[in-house]
Design a protein around this ligand. Sequence first.
Ligand SMILES: [Zn+2]
Length: 356
Amino acid sequence: MMKMMFPKLTCAAVFCCLVACLEAVESQTVRNMPRHEVVNKAPSVTEQAARHVILMIGDGMGAEHVWAAWLCNRGKLNMEQLPIVGFVRTPSASATITDSAAAGTAIACGCKTRNGQVGISASGVPQMSLLKHMAARGRQTGLVVTKAITDATPAAFYAHNKNRYDARNIAVDLLAAGCRVVIGGGEGLISPAQQAQLRAAGTLLKLRGKEHCDPASRRGDFLSDSVAEALSVLEKYPHGFFLMVEGSQIDTAAHANDLEELVQETLDFDRAVGVVLRWMKAHPDTLLIITADHQTGGLSIHGGSTEKGEVKASFSTTQHSGVAVPLYATGAGAAHFGGIQENTDLLPKILRAIGE
Ligand SMILES: [Zn+2]
């Protein structure tokens, strides 16, 4: 078949194909990123019931993204200190390649849904999210992200909508969620009246940027500082809390096939992991899970050096890919998160970890 078609290809078409192939494997090199110190040892895994649950999601963060950041931070990351490691499968109800809405819903609600939908089943039935399960059990709740607070991943934890881009109605659902801490982008998406309503209800609300926060290269320590602030507020409640932290723009950098920004975003996320690990030393009754919703960019590492803090890598797509993503866990009830699991397995396992 190919032989019959081949003579019809013009020289220009062959040249275009070759250029496209060369572009697909074009390597980028990143080096000399600022290095951050990592914790020596993560808190241990225990069998006690978890009072606090912290779920950290690197949006689009595949294992390769973690290893690229590991090379650039001279062979050390906070994430790799966690003793329990697993993989999470990511297909949605409608596609092998998930989007953040369906993957967020699978993690938040334990239910596979169609791409584009948040907080509802594939057939449209509203689902109870982890955040709402925790609130129903008297736990305080918090969300810290670096894209809009109405974006798909955080929305999956509090909203029910067929359309992930319906920010207006997703914002209405945020008001009903009763979160104690809401930090992220989206100042232009939550109306001044809604912002006032949230603050009047006792929410620590900090919105940075009309839609999304700045990228890591221009954001400073926003994520780490916000996580520290969220913990200082939430730790005061004796019944415990649920905090979701998202390194939201790892995905954005990978869609743009921008290796340097991707490494900066992943290192920024890892610094926030360090904040949590240091806090957990005084709070061993905490379950910490770090994972991703899917992998973005089809990153492949071709070389690098921990001595030079250098990585050489290329992307194979500007879209999401279908590979399983890494999971790291420690603390109270973390032992159940090792091995290979579906993204929908996390919610029932977390409920078991809090003693259900
Ligand atoms: Zn994406």
